[in-house]
Ligand binder design. Structure first.
Ligand SMILES: [Ca+2]
Ligand SMILES: [Ca+2]
Ligand SMILES: [Ca+2]
Length: 369
């Protein structure tokens, strides 16, 4: 008897609410998960997960759990791990009416060989332009080798267009943010760079897998690349002087000419002695100089913004995502193996001689941080 009464009451309640409130019952929250349930990531790689959720209202809250512990309370999760392993993640959406969740796993591993060297392992070409440090210990035929390894030494690229081509023994992944660092010899005074000598940075994948830089170069488009006075495909020809202490005469493809003057501080001849030809033609992107002479007579060369070598005190961090193709359009390279650095400025200052990019080592940031 008692049981029948309770059942009747429930039926009465149900029939009453069905008619009057059916239209007000909100659709339940629903998460749409488009990614796979098992996701693979490289060590250090960052991935942002933003699950789609329908029927949210202003009381809806989101949270993420990893191995059962809440790690975020946002709809989007930026996920990155430095240790290999499988991570179990769950995403929840909840409000006063309903709740939905999705679980998935992320496997973090390293595709790099165990013997990946954080620093340059091979130098393929060192061709400096003439300059005051050429034919000294930082500008000899074999000086490029100094860039190899952790205790790398400094080399000079000489005047405009001088270059070095180097490579790693593994691919550097294009992770979130900057990927490699180029060390130079820039000083700061009162928090500002005073002797930036920018080198254009080029990067290359080993597309054909032969371990050699014979694929496509992409130029890092630094912050000064759109400045007035930038010349793409600038070309300069230097001529070997007839006397040991002769100035280095040059002409360019903009109807310009001039010289790198021999100075009293560096006595040796400035044209690379190991070259057979009496002229040297180099081309690349020209950046206008930023050199001024201060009231004490010192020349100051200001910072060029991000995206150049020998430009920032402590080293220049470069993001592979800053690369551009030959037309200047952005390219999205997943990884790179080779780096070319080329002096971008054609300018001689009084006491300091010509602006000359120095390179003192290059490192894969994912292996040193
Ligand atoms: Ca990057
Ligand atoms: Ca290759
Ligand atoms: Ca320098």
């Amino acid at each position: 008897m008692k049981k029948t009464f309770r059942l009747l009451s429930l039926l009465a309640l149900f029939s009453c609410s069905e008619g009057e409130e059916y239209a007000d019952i909100p659709e339940p929250l629903a998460i749409t998960w488009k990614a796979p349930k098992n996701i693979n990531l490289e060590k250090g790689e960052t991935k942002t997960f933003t699950p789609e959720v329908s029927n949210i209202n202003d009381k809806t809250v989101f949270y993420w759990k990893q191995e059962g512990l809440v790690i975020a309370q946002t709809q989007a999760l930026e996920f990155s791990k430095r240790s290999a392993g499988t991570y179990r993640l769950a995403f929840y959406a909840q409000n006063e009416h309903s709740k939905d969740s999705v679980t998935f796993s992320v496997t973090v591993s390293s595709s790099q060989p165990a013997n990946s060297d954080a620093y340059i392992s091979e130098v393929f070409e060192y061709l400096p332009a003439p300059g005051q440090f050429i034919n000294t210990s930082i500008g000899n035929k074999n000086s490029g080798e100094k860039l190899i390894g952790e205790n790398s030494g400094e080399i000079s690229l000489g005047g405009f267009g001088g270059r070095v081509v180097a490579g790693f023994n593994h691919n550097i992944s294009n992770r979130e943010g900057e990927d490699f660092i180029i060390y130079g010899n820039v000083f700061r005074r009162k928090g500002k760079e005073i002797n930036s000598e920018p080198g254009i940075v080029w990067i290359m994948q080993d597309e054909n897998g032969n371990g050699k830089p014979d694929d496509t170069w992409y130029q890092i488009k630094g912050e000064a690349h759109s400045d007035k006075g930038v010349v793409y495909n600038y070309e300069i020809t230097y001529t070997r002087p007839s006397t040991k202490k002769g100035d280095i005469k040059w002409t360019d493809n903009q109807n310009g000419s001039g010289s790198i003057p021999h100075n009293q501080f560096h006595d040796q001849t400035y044209f690379p002695l190991w070259l057979e030809s009496n002229t040297l033609t180099l081309s690349g992107t020209l950046l206008p100089h930023r050199t001024t002479i201060n009231k004490d007579g010192h020349s100051i060369s200001r910072w060029y913004g991000k995206g150049y070598a020998d430009n920032t005190h402590g080293g220049d961090r470069i993001d592979i995502s800053w690369a551009a193709d030959a037309k200047g359009n952005p390219v999205n390279l997943p990884h790179i193996r080779f780096i070319k650095i080329q002096n971008a400025v054609n300018h001689s200052t009084g006491r300091l001689g010509e602006i000359s990019t120095e390179v003192a080592g290059i490192a894969d940031l994912s292996l040193i941080e």
